[in-house]
Design a protein around this ligand. Sequence first.
Ligand code: CA
Length: 141
Amino acid sequence: MKGKIMVTTMRKGRKSLAAIGLSLLMAGGVLASASPASAAWTDCPSGRSCLWVGNNYPGLPNGIFVSDIVLSSSNNQINSIVNNGTTWRSRFFDSSNFTGINISLNNPARGGQTRDPLLSNGTDATPVNWANKISSAEFYS
Ligand SMILES: [Ca+2]
């Protein structure tokens, strides 16, 4: 009899632990889904490239493009950039007509540098200060 009671108690204990684990998982899930809305490069939707006025991708992007973009209100004010595209590289121009000097980012499928949180110290490919310089950007093959 004693043994049976102990087994029952252990089973109950396991159930309780499982229930607590599930509750923690659910709470974690809620927290995880709430965090991207605050400030992160992941605020750039898949298949897009994005540009922010601030360093480190604060808030929603100030510019988002699926093929190209000519900046207006955020012209010469961009300080962090992301390529969250699926196929192409993206490049960012000092001029407003997609010509002249530019910096580029690879896309996540190809690897390499796909984002830069601080353009004042350049990118992986160049140490040149690119803060507040970008006027247009595009995807390219
Ligand atoms: Ca940088």
